[in-house]
Ligand binder design. Structure first.
Ligand code: ADP
Length: 558
């Protein structure tokens, strides 16, 4: 009999005596039956004891299982009191909250919560105390000595064994940083998509506006031109409107081509000797009529010495940047002055275009270099929102930087730098500005062009030159014509049916015809030009072209 059983036996005897179950004068018979009953009782007790021991063992096992589950759960658990003091913490939570926190140990859970999320947590904890908790609460928890934080989801429960006076709560903590990052990225992507959608609508509306307005001018005034009784003055003014509208359309197309080249990373700088003084004079000449119309004074402030004004850069791109900025200054000013200047600034030249126009509001300053973005995006106004984006890309291509200062209703100053690469200009190429057609009386020129109007236009432009022209509509016709005639020049469109321009050049050179060929094409990209010239073409002219450009190209070749 073990110790516990002995104690039980003694206690039972005492209890028997106290309850007068054992009497001093009890007879032997009674005693016998009593002993029998007691033995039965004892056996019963022993059975119960065994059951109790088994239950205790089970309980120990369950408790071990619970501890194992608690400690090694993939989720962090902490048990806190009503003041958020941490009474118990499992391994996972310890790892999440304290790993790296070697100098700070926070005994209160709230010390680990990001200040911006404290009130959110207090609300949640209050609901937990009240017994009506929300499902979870997301917040940022500090780790690594408060240097970094992670996103955590907290799910709380009142501990089942906790009393009213000593209430305890079990908080399950899971690291949701990855999900949160995904969610934040999704939100950003959604906002970007909405913004793009909005931009697309603005862009389409703008494009429609930008195409329809000049088209309206072209179609409307062409119709008016049909009136045979128009005075020559009125006729000329109509023609000027048509020309301006056409140029505006061309600007739009050029801007779109430029932006697609920028986006495709196909833009290249073509460095040539450039005279800044002549460039600024050209700019002044070009914009003066428009400035006069708006009563704006256009001033060139050239602070360069004669010798400093010559450098190596991409002249066309530099001109395009200045044109863009000046155009904007004119567009966004109603009167006042526009100053276009340049001065030496360390190893660079610094250009500026300063106006006294409407200025740019502070809150819009960050968008104006973005493509398709405009300060005024709700109402239509002339422009596509591409000019500054193109100007910035061009400046960067030339190795400089661009920026601006602006005050609302006071004006804006756009400035940019380009590296001052010195050169010795040995030869200044003068561009002939001869409007007269070259005298080509004994020359034969083939015009291979599938578009009826373009064919007519070239023929018309060559009429004065007295050259004999042959007109063909496609590559096949051209090749059969070349079997019969031996012209001095072929003006060749590239995009033609049956046999395109590339095929014609190849075939012509293959069969040994040496006739000069000028490609006249609407493929205005640089790589196209290189491809065409590489195939054996002698010259290249991008559509649309001016009469003078066609004639100088022809002059160059023959
Ligand atoms: P847009 O074709 O609309 O002129 P830009 O890219 O050239 O496109 O310019 C973007 C926007 O920046 C313009 O829509 C305009 O709101 C603003 N902006 C540019 N230049 C000026 C300027 N000189 N003065 C005031 N606002 C300007």
């Amino acid at each position: 009999m073990d110790k516990n059983a002995k104690i039980l036996r003694t206690n039972a005897k005492i209890s028997l005596l106290e309850n007068e179950i054992l009497y001093e004068n009890t007879s032997g018979k009674d005693l016998k039956s009593l002993i029998e009953e007691l033995s039965t009782y004892q056996i019963e007790l022993e059975h119960q004891n065994q059951e109790l021991l088994a239950s205790q063992e089970k309980l120990l096992l369950v408790s071990d299982t619970y501890i194992d589950l608690f400690e090694n759960a993939p989720i962090g658990y902490i048990i806190v009191d009503t003041e958020n003091g941490i009474n118990k913490i499992n391994k996972t939570a310890y790892k999440l909250l304290y790993e790296g926190n070697d100098t700070i140990y926070c005994s209160k859970f709230t010390q680990l919560i990001h200040p911006d999320d404290q009130s959110e947590y207090y609300l949640y904890f209050k609901s937990l105390i009240k017994g009506t908790p929300k499902e979870y609460c997301d917040l940022r928890l500090f780790t690594n000595n408060h240097k970094t934080y992670f996103y955590a989801r907290i799910c709380g429960n009142r501990q089942i064994d906790s009393t009213e006076q000593n209430a305890e709560f079990r908080l399950a903590i899971s690291d949701i940083s990855t999900e949160k990052e995904l969610e934040l990225n999704l939100i950003k992507a959604k906002e970007k998509a909405e913004e793009n959608d909005n931009l697309k609508s603005v862009f389409l509306a703008n494009m429609s506006h930008e195409i329809r307005t000049p088209m309206n001018g072209i179609i409307g005034f062409t119709d008016l031109l049909k009136d045979p009784y128009l005075s020559s003055e009125t006729r000329n003014s109509y023609l000027e409107i048509i020309e301006n509208s056409g140029n505006r359309l061309l600007d739009l197309i050029n801007e779109l081509i430029e932006i697609s080249k920028i986006e495709a990373g196909q833009m290249q700088a073509n460095l040539i000797p450039t005279n800044i003084t002549s460039l600024l004079d050209e700019l002044h000449k070009f914009f003066t009529p428009e400035a006069h119309k708006k009563n704006i004074t256009l001033i060139i402030e050239n602070h360069l010495k004669k010798s400093e004004a010559k450098l190596l850069t991409d002249k066309d791109k530099l001109y395009a940047i200045l044109v863009n900025l000046t155009k904007n200054s004119l567009k966004y000013s109603n009167a006042g002055t526009i100053k276009i200047g340049v001065y030496k600034s360390g190893p660079n030249l610094k250009f500026y275009v300063k106006d006294t126009g409407i200025g740019i509001p502070k809150e819009k300053k960050h968008i104006i270099f973005q493509r398709f973005r405009q300060v005024e995006e709700t109402a239509f106004h002339e422009g596509t929102g591409l000019g500054l984006c193109i100007a910035k890309a061009l400046v960067e291509l030339l190795g400089g930087t661009i920026g601006f200062m602006s005050l609302c209703k006071k004006g804006s100053t756009f400035y940019f730098t380009i590296p001052n690469k010195k050169i010795e200009i040995k030869k200044v190429v003068s561009i002939k500005n001869n409007d007269n057609a070259p005298y080509l009386e004994n020359y034969e020129i083939v015009i291979a062009e599938d578009d009826h109007y373009s064919r007519m236009l070239i023929d018309e432009l060559l009429r004065q030159s007295k050259a004999k022209t042959y007109l063909v509509e496609n590559g096949v016709e051209l090749m059969s014509l070349l079997e019969k005639v031996n012209p001095n020049l072929i003006l060749l469109d590239i995009n033609m049916p049956f046999k395109n321009g590339y095929e014609c050049i190849e075939e012509i050179r293959k069969i040994g015809i040496k006739t000069k060929i000028i490609a006249v094409t609407a493929y205005a990209l640089n790589e196209e030009k290189e491809k065409i010239l590489g195939l054996g073409c002698d010259g290249y002219l991008a559509k649309p072209f001016k009469k003078q450009e066609l004639l100088s190209e022809i002059e160059k070749q023959i």
